[in-house]
Design a protein around this ligand. Sequence first.
Ligand SMILES: Cc1ncc(C[n+]2csc(CCOP(=O)(O)OP(=O)(O)O)c2C)c(N)n1
Ligand SMILES: [Mg+2]
Length: 1012
Amino acid sequence: MTEKLLVPDIGDFENVEIIEILVKEGQEIKKNDPVITIESDKSSVEIPSIFSGKIKSINVKVGDKVSKGDLILNISSVDQKPFYPQDVPKNTENLIQEAESSQKKTQELKKPIQKTEKEKPEIIQVINKGDIDPLETSEWLESLSDVIEKDGNHRAHYLIKELINKAYMEGANIPYTQNTPYINTIPVSEEKKSSGDQNLERRIRSLIRWNAAAMVVRANRKFPELGGHIGTFASAATLYDVGMNHFWRAKNNKFGGDLVYFQGHSAPGMYARAFLEGRLNEKQLDSFRQEVNPGGLSSYPHPWLMPNFWQFPTVSMGLGPMLAIYQARYMKYLINRGLIKDEGRKVWAFLGDGEMDEPESLGAIGLAAREKLDNLIFVVNCNLQRLDGPVRGNGKIIQELEGIFRGAGWNVIKVIWGSYWDQLLANDKTGHLVKTMNETVDGEYQAMKARNGAYVREKFFGKYPETKELVSSLSDKDIWRLNRGGHDPHKVFAAYDKASKNIGSPTVVIAKTIKGYGMGKSGESVNTTHQTKKLDVDDLMYYRDRFDVPLTDEQVKNIEYYKPDQNSPEIKYIKERRLQLGGFIPERTTYAKSIKAPPKDIFENMKLSTGKKEMSTTMALVRMLTNLLRDKNVAPRLVPIIPDEARTFGMEGFFQKVGIYAHEGQKYEPEDSAQLSSYREEKSGQVLEEGITEAGAMSSWIAAGTSYTNHDIEMIPIYLFYSMFGFQRIGDLAWAGADSQSRGFLIGATAGRTTLAGEGLQHQDGHSHLMASTIPNCVSYDPTFHYELAVIFRDGLKRMHEKKENIFYYITTMNENYPHPAMPKDKSCEEGIIKGMYKIKEFDKYKKNKIQFLGSGTILREMIAGAEILQKEYQIDSEIWSVTSFNELRREGLEVERYNLLNPDKEPKMSYVEKCLSKTEGPILAASDYMRMNSDQIRPYVNKSFYSLGTDGFGRSDTRKNLRNFFEVDKEHVVTYGLSVLAKEQLIASKYAKEAIKKYKIDINKPMPTKL
Ligand SMILES: Cc1ncc(C[n+]2csc(CCOP(=O)(O)OP(=O)(O)O)c2C)c(N)n1
Ligand SMILES: [Mg+2]
C-alpha cells in the first residue's frame, strides 16, 4: 500500500526551507526515522516518517520551501495503520499508568506494617493548662494511643488526617502547625539497634577525634598561618562514624557506590580516619594544608588537588546541598534512561546549620521532593553555632528547618536527644519536660553546654517544679551526661536506618550536637569554637582524658598521633567494616570508556558557504547538535541542559526528537500535541529542562560532567544559557565544576554586548569571556562563523570525551543572523581556529599603507566591512584576522614568555600571536563585542602598535546598529579609528581621520560609554 508522507503541523511557520534530505529513493526506513530537516529563521527540526516501508519517490529537494500538508515522499508502507505520534491516546496511557501506580500503592499499603515489640504504650504528652475538659482530652489521646498500639502509625496518621479534613469541612478553624514537638522523630520503641561493637566503635571514634585535632594543632605549631578547624568535626564525629561503619557503600566492581558530600571544613576528620585505615601516613597528616609540595593534604575537599581521594568540592557553603540534590536527580535520570542500573545507591550530604542560611542550601529542596528523590539524604549537623556565634540564638534552628523541609515535602527525622534522656522523657507524665524543651531557645541551649550540670539544673530543669522534680534524684554529673542526639551512636544509627529505607521522598536527618564537643574550656560550645586551631597542653590533656586516648603525658605534649597496631581490634574492626561496605570512602576513581569523537564529515556541511542564507551561530550550533544526535556513539551521551530557554535558542525540536526528562512521564496531553515540536515529557527523556534556575542547571551540568567518575559513564553535557546569566550568575558553581574536573560544554548563547539588541543592561554581556579566562581549565572561544564553531566543537569532543582531558569548554554563540562563508582552504586554518587566530581575508590592492585588523565574534564582521571601506574609499590595505579566542592566545603567550624568561641562554621561542603578526605590516587594531580588556590580553605578545576597541560600559536596549555605534565598534568606527591609528603612526595625514569623524557624525565630545 502506498502512503503519502506529508509535512505535519509545524506550528506558526509557513514556507520553511528544507536544508537536508536524509533518505534516498528505494531506501527502507522505519517509523520515526527522520526523513528531512527543515529550518525556519530560528530553528531547525527533523521531520520523522510516520510509516515504515520502502521509499518510492521523494517529492522535495534541498532549498524547497514547504508548509503543512505538502507532500514529502511516497512510501510503500508495511504498516497496517499509520502511526501518528500525536495520536497516542494519552488518556488511555494515563489511565494505565494511574492503574499501575495505584496498584503499586495498594501493594505498598498491603505490606505488613512492621510491628516492633513495644516495651510500654506510647506516651502521649498532656498539658493541662488552658484545657477546658482534660478528661475528654485524655480519652481522645488514649484512643489514639490504642490505635497506634493496635494498628500502627500509618493508621493513626490516616485517622488524624481524616479528622482534620472533617474539621475543615465543618468549618472549624484549624491551627497551622509546621512543627512536631522538640523531641526525636523516632520513638524509642521504633529505634533499630546497631549490630556494631559499641565499645570498639567509641574507641575508634576517640582516636579519630584525637588524630584530627592533633593534625590541625601540629600544622599550626609549625606554621601559625595555616589555619584549620577542630570544633566542626568534633561536633560531627559520630554522624560520620556511624555512616562509615554501617551505611556508606563504596564503589567496587559489583556496585556503583554511595556518594557522600562531606561538609568542607570537617575534612580533618576524614583524613584522620583514612590514617587509621592505612590510606594516609603520618607524613601526609603533617602536610595538612601544605599542598604546594607533592603529598600535601588539601585544606578542604578539592578533587583537583587530591584527584584520587575527594569526589565533591563542598566548602563554599550552599553549593554542596544544591550539587547533592542535582546529583541524586541525575542518578535517577541515568537510571530512567537505562544508562546505569538501579542499585539503590544513595547520595548523602553533610551540611552545617549555619550553612542552611545560604539561599542555595534551600533553593532546590522543592525539586528534590517533587522528583521524589528517595536516593537523597541530607544530614544537617545542628551544633547551633556558625562562625561568629549562634545560628538562631533567639529561636530554634532545628524547628525552623523541620518546618521548611516538611513544607517542601521531605521526610524529616529529628535526632535531638540522646539515650540518657529516654527515661526522663518516659517519666514526663505532665508534659513539662517537653514543654521546657519547646520553650528553650538555642542561645540558652548553647550557653548551657558551655557551663556545667548545676547550671543546667537551675536554668533548664529549674523552670518548672515538675521538671525540677524529674531530675531530683540525678547528680549534677548525671545531668551533665544527658547527651544530645547527634552524639549518640544509637540514635544516629536508628535515624540513618530509617532514612535509607524511606521510599518516595528525600530525607533530612536534623541532628543536634555541640560545637567543639569534648574540647572543654578551650572551645566547647563557646562562640569562638569555630576559630580554635591551637590547643595548649592543658586543653590537650583534657581532650585526651575526655576520650580516653591511650597516650602518655609526654606523648600528649608532643602532640603525637595515635595509631594502634595493625592487628589491634580497632584497626581490624575499622578495616573489616569498610570491607563489608565494599571499600574506602571517599575515593575518586574512573573506569569510564571514552566516547569516540564523531567523524569529521558529520560537520562537513558546516564548512560550506550558506550562500545568501542567513543564520545565527546559535542556530548553527543547534543544527550541529541535531547532526550529532545521528552519531550512534555520541547521541545517547548528549545531555542537553536548558533553563527554560529552549525556544529562545531554537531548540524546541529537541522536545520531540529526544524528549524532556520527566520522572513521571507525561500525565497530560500537551496543548500543542498536534504539532511537530510539541512539548513531550518522558521518563526516558534526554533533555534536562530545568525551569528557571541557572544554579540548578549548572549543578546538573556538573553532575553530568563528572559522570565519568561518579557513575563510570562518560557523558557530554551541553548547557545553553543567556551568556550574561552564566559565569556572572553562577560563577562559584563554575569554579566548583572546574575543581570537580567536569567535562562538557557551556554555551553562552545570545552572547555579546550588542547582539542581543532589545533586552538591555541586565542581559547584555560584555565580560563573560574575561570571567571564563579566570578558570584555569576552562577553554573558551568566541567564534563568528559556523565552520569555526564546528572545528572548535569537534576538537572539544575529542579532547574531553575521547582523550579524557580534564578541561571544559565555554563557547559563545550569537542570535544575530548573517550569511556564513565557506571555510578557507588554507590547511593551517583549522589549527588557527583552535589556537585562537587565523587570517581570514586580505585587501592588498594598493600596497601603500596597511593595517592589521583582529576581530572576534560578531564584531569581526564589522571589521571586514570597515576594511572594505578603507580599501575602496581610502586605498588602504589590510589583513583581517579572525580571533576565535583571545583567552587561548594569551595563555599560550604567557607560557612562551615564561619559558623565555626562565631560559635566558636559549633561543627564545615565539608565541603563536607573534608568529602570526610579527612579519605583518602596519599597526594593529583589535576589537570584540566584549570589554577592551578582552583583546588587550594579547598586547604584550606583539611588537607593534596595538589598539583595542570594545564594549566597556553598561549595556542598554536599542537596535544593534545603534548599540554598535554607541560602543564604537561598528564599521564606521572601525574605519575612523583605523584612519586615526594610521595617522598616529604617521603613515597617513590626520585629515583623513578628521574627515571620517565628520562624515560618520562621530561626536568627539561624547563621554566614554563607561560613564554613560
Ligand atoms: C560561601 C561561603 N561563605 C563563607 C564561608 C566561610 N565559613 C566557613 S565555615 C563557616 C561557618 C559555618 O557554620 P556551620 O555551617 O554551622 O558549620 P559548623 O562549623 O558549625 O558545622 C563560614 C562562614 C564559606 N566557607 N563559604
Ligand atoms: Mg553550625
